[in-house]
Design a protein around this ligand. Sequence first.
Ligand code: NAG
Ligand code: NAG
Ligand code: NAG
Ligand code: NAG
Ligand code: NAG
Ligand code: NAG
Ligand code: NAG
Ligand code: NAG
Ligand code: NAG
Ligand code: NAG
Length: 581
Amino acid sequence: MRSFKLLTFLSALASAQNFTESIAPSATAANGTQIPNPTLYATTLAINVEDYWNLRIGPVQEAATTTTVSPTPIPSTELIPPPPLYYAPFPTGQQVFKMPKNESWSFPKDFLWGVAGAAQQIEGAVKAEGRGPSIWDKLPRVPNYVVNNYTSDIADNNYYLYKQDIARIAALGVKVYSFSLSWSRILPFGKGPVNQLGIDHYNDVIDTCIEYGVTPMITLYHWDLPLYLQDTYGGWLSSSIVPDFVEYARIAYTAFGDRVSHWFTVNEPIVFCGFYPLPTQHFPNFTIPNLHQRYWCGHHVLLAHAEAYHLGKQILGANSTIALKHNGGYKIPLTNSSADAEAVQRAWDFNEGWFSDPVFLTGDYPASLKAFVSGFLPEFTEEQKGMINGTADVYAHDAYTAQFYFAPEGGIEACVGDEENPLYPTCANTSYTYAPTSNSWLIGPAADPGSPWLHDATTYLPSFLHYLQRTWPSRLGIFITEFGFAEPFESHKTLLQDILYDPVRSAYYRSYMQGVLAAMSEGVRVVGTLGWSFVDNYEWAQGYSVTFGMQYVNFSDPALPRRFKASFFEYVDAFEVYQEK
Ligand SMILES: *[C@@H]1O[C@H](CO)[C@@H](O)[C@H](O)[C@H]1NC(C)=O
Ligand SMILES: *[C@@H]1O[C@H](CO)[C@@H](O)[C@H](O)[C@H]1NC(C)=O
Ligand SMILES: *[C@@H]1O[C@H](CO)[C@@H](O)[C@H](O)[C@H]1NC(C)=O
Ligand SMILES: *[C@@H]1O[C@H](CO)[C@@H](O)[C@H](O)[C@H]1NC(C)=O
Ligand SMILES: *[C@@H]1O[C@H](CO)[C@@H](O)[C@H](O)[C@H]1NC(C)=O
Ligand SMILES: *[C@@H]1O[C@H](CO)[C@@H](O)[C@H](O)[C@H]1NC(C)=O
Ligand SMILES: *[C@@H]1O[C@H](CO)[C@@H](O)[C@H](O)[C@H]1NC(C)=O
Ligand SMILES: *[C@@H]1O[C@H](CO)[C@@H](O)[C@H](O)[C@H]1NC(C)=O
Ligand SMILES: *[C@@H]1O[C@H](CO)[C@@H](O)[C@H](O)[C@H]1NC(C)=O
Ligand SMILES: *[C@@H]1O[C@H](CO)[C@@H](O)[C@H](O)[C@H]1NC(C)=O
C-alpha cells in the first residue's frame, strides 16, 4: 500500500510542473519571491532514506567486497620504475631513469605535492551505511546521459579499500592526499539528521593518512549534491542552499578540523553550475530561463563559499588554509588583432573571473559578465561584497591545459546583442589549433577523444602561472589543486603491461613539473601540486571510458586491483630530483 502511494508521488515528481508546490510548500523562487499559494499543496509525507533511494534511483550495484579491507605491504617489485620513456638512453641498458637536473630549479622542503580524488568518482558503496542519493546517482540513470550508462555504484570501491589506497600512495612517498566528502553520506538529505557512520568513515580516512605520514586535505563539495536538495528547492538555483551548505561545512569543520587544516569549499563551480539546467524529464524544472540557471548557481556558490570561509576561520583558526577550487585553461589570442584580445578578456571574465574577481579583487563580477547578469541577478549588496572579498587564502586552480580564443564571426558587439548566437553570452570562440597562417597545428598532443578539451599544452604553463599571480594575487600563492592527463585510447588497451606504459601522460607530467619549476625560478609563488588522479575512476559523463589514473584499476575484476603506471613514477621523480631535502 505504502509503496503504491510512493509511486504516485514519483509520478508527481515526473510531471515536473507542479513538483515545487507538491513537495516544497515553503520553497522560494531563486530570486527570493515566495511561490504563490505556498500552503495549498502541502504534504506531510515522511520518507526515510531507503524509500528515497527506491523512489528516485531504484536498484544499485554492490561490490564484491563490502567490509573495510586491511592494508597489505606493497610488493617491492611494484616500486621499480620503468626504463626511459622518450628517448633511447646511451649507453644502452640504463634501467633507472631520472630527469636531468637543472641547477637553477628547486621545490622548497615544505612544497605540498600529492594526489587528488573525489568521493563520487572513487568511493562506490553508494547506499552503504545510511548514505543518501546525490544528483550523480540520478544522472547516470537518465538514459544516455553517461557513456554506456555507466554508474558510480561501485567505482573504485574506495569506501572499503581506502586503507590500501593510502598505503599505496605512501609507498611512493606522496605527501598529500586531497579527497572530497560525500555530503549525502554525512547528511543523507543534505540537511537534518547527521549520519554518524559517515563521520566515522572519514575520521578513519584521515587517521589512516596521518598513520602513513600523508597530509589529508578536504574538499566539501565536488559536484555530488544531495538529491533531496535538488528535488525540493533546485539545489544551487535557490538561496536555500546557502544556509544548508554552511551548516554542512560547520559539521565537517567541527568533526575533522582537529586533524585537517587545508580545506576547499567547492570544486570548479564553472563546471557544476554549467550542469544546469538538469534534464527536466528527470528533475523538476524551476522556472528560471535555462541560460540564466548557471549564473543563479554561481551567485549562491559565492555566498555559500564566503560564509563557509568565515565560519571555517572561526572554527579552524587563522592558520587554516581555506579556498575554492577554480578551473580553466590558459587563454591565448589566436591572432594579434584587438578583437581577439577582447575575446580573450571576455573568456577570462566569464570563466576564472566569474569567481576570482569577487573572491580576490572586488567582491563583485568582472564588468563584461556583470553587464550580462545584471539583467536578472540581484546586485550583491555592499555588505555581501565585503563578505565575499578576501575569502581564499591561496589561489587554488585546476590548471590542466590551454586554448586559443578569437572573436566570433560578425564581431563581438553583434554577438553580445544576439541571444541566438551559439557563443552568447561569452562571445569568444575557441580553438585547439594555431591559426591557419601557422599551418593549424594542434596546440599540443591530444588526450583521449573523450576529453576533447585536454591537450598537453604545458609549454604555456609558465605564462599561465604568471598571469594568475599577476591577476588574482593571494596571501599564500598559487596551489595547483588538479592537473593530469587522459592517455589516448587507454581504455581500449587490453594487455596489462601496455596499459601501465603511458608515454603521453608521462611526458605531460614531466614537462608540467618542469613548467612549474621554471615559473617558480622566475618568481611565481607555487605552494603545491596535486596530480589528478591517483587511480582510474568514474569520469562523470564519460563514465569509465576515459582514464586519468596514475594507477590502473581493472574495473572488470571484482577485486578492483590497482597497479602503478609509468606516469606515477615520472611525477614522483620530479620531487626526488628537485625537492630540497
Ligand atoms: C498543476 O496544477 C494545476 C492546479 O493548480 C492544474 O490545473 C494543472 O493541470 C497541474 N499541471 C500538471 C502538469 O499537473
Ligand atoms: C521572481 O520569480 C517568480 C517566479 O518565477 C516570478 O513570478 C516573479 O515575477 C519574479 N520576481 C522578480 C522580482 O523578478
Ligand atoms: C542506455 O540506456 C538507454 C535507455 O535504457 C538505452 O536506450 C541505451 O541503449 C543505453 N545505452 C547503452 C550504450 O547501453
Ligand atoms: C524550464 O523553465 C524555464 C522557465 O519557465 C523555461 O525557459 C525552460 O525552457 C524550461 N526548460 C525545459 C527544458 O523545459
Ligand atoms: C600560526 O602559525 C604561526 C607560525 O607557525 C604561529 O606562530 C602561531 O602561533 C599560529 N597561530 C595559531 C592561532 O595557531
Ligand atoms: C603577435 O605579435 C608578436 C610580437 O609582434 C609576434 O611575436 C607574434 O608572432 C604574433 N603572433 C601572432 C599569432 O601573429
Ligand atoms: C578586496 O580585498 C583586497 C585584499 O584582500 C583588497 O586589496 C581590496 O581593496 C578589496 N576590494 C574592495 C573593493 O574592498
Ligand atoms: C567559431 O569557430 C568555428 C571554427 O572556426 C566556426 O566554424 C564557427 O562558425 C565559429 N562560431 C561563431 C559563432 O563565430
Ligand atoms: C581484467 O580482469 C579481467 C577479469 O578478471 C581479466 O579477464 C582481464 O584480463 C583483466 N585485464 C587486465 C588488463 O589485466
Ligand atoms: C634551467 O632553468 C633556467 C631557469 O628557468 C632556464 O633559463 C634554463 O633554460 C634551464 N636550462 C635548461 C637546460 O633547461
